[in-house]
Write a protein that binds this ligand. Structure first.
Ligand SMILES: Nc1ncnc2c1ncn2[C@@H]1O[C@H](COP(=O)(O)OP(=O)(O)O)[C@@H](O)[C@H]1O
Ligand SMILES: [Mg+2]
Length: 253
């Protein structure tokens, strides 16, 4: 049995992982916007990074230093301009666009600052959408979405529209939607940016619990030192490069 192999037992898919391999490895990553034009921006200038499975990593740095760009490169929302990104031991440069779409759907969850929920869908409909897109039976998808929302303390808000929910509750729905496919990596760009400090703390506690139970990896961009210190280590960026890495634990808990 080899790393990355797919096992199917009783119709349930299992991915075989070698826990000792890094979940994410980046080598010599560059990103240029408007490449070759007079308005070219060299946003990432040679990033090297290794993230172990189950790590919680924060990215900090001044506005414009390339944090969002790096997250978008890891999530493959945009093409890079050079370098390698290896996720789950797969060199993503080798994937076709179609393969990349499926790979992203199965391996990566996104949590944005502005929640990005579909306002015309209820909480449970928002969460089941990724499963339906994957072709899952709608009754099974509904049941899984309900279970996850209940697990995140949203059992009494299943049929509310996003606008009927508080910011923290909306973020829980967004988190559930990012997690429903059980991605190995969860990417968050300022995931607590719109939340008050109490709700931010709740969301971070929730992330840590998910991280510990499922060994899922979190990569979180934040401006907030307190949030960053809830992670295992902090990667500091300046001007498209990693300037330093600070290792925790930062707090005694
Ligand atoms: N779509 C784009 N087109 C051109 N330049 C961009 C684009 N997105 C970001 N940039 C530039 O790339 C640099 C890094 O941006 P970004 O990754 O958004 O920084 P951060 O998230 O750290 O604030 C900035 O100089 C920004 O102006
Ligand atoms: Mg940004």
């Amino acid at each position: 049995m080899s790393h990355g192999e797919l096992l199917i037992i009783d119709g349930i898919r299992f991915q075989v992982y070698d826990e000792t391999l890094p979940i994410l490895k980046i080598q010599g990553l560059h990103k240029r916007y408007n490449e070759g034009k007079s308005n070219e921006v060299h946003a990432l200038r040679g990033i090297d990074l290794e993230v172990k499975r189950g790590d919680m990593m924060a990215i900090m740095g001044p506005s414009g230093c390339g944090k969002t760009t790096l997250l978008n490169m890891i999530g493959h929302l945009d093409h890079n301009s050079g370098g390698e990104i290896i996720i789950n031991n797969i060199d993503t440069n080798q994937l076709s666009d179609d393969e990349m779409t499926a790979f992203r759907r199965d391996n990566i969850g996104f949590i944005f600052q502005l929640f990005n929920l579909f306002s015309f869908l209820t909480a449970v409909e928002n969460v089941e959408t990724p499963l339906l897109l994957k072709g899952l039976n709608s009754a099974v998808a509904r049941e899984q979405a309900k279970m996850l929302l209940r697990d995140l303390g949203m059992g009494d808000r299943l049929y509310h529209d996003p606008l009927e929910l508080s910011g923290g509750q909306q973020q829980r729905v967004a988190v559930a939607r990012a997690l429903i496919n059980e991605p190995a990596i969860i990417l968050g760009d300022e995931p607590t940016g719109d939340l008050d400090s109490t709700t931010s703390a709740e969301v971070m506690t929730m992330f840590r619990r998910i991280n510990q139970i499922n060994n899922q990896t979190f990569v979180l961009v934040t401006h907030n030192r307190w949030i960053a210190e809830k992670c295992d280590y902090i990667v500091h960026m300046i001007d498209g490069k990693i300037s330093s890495v600070e290792y925790g634990p930062f707090t005694e808990e």
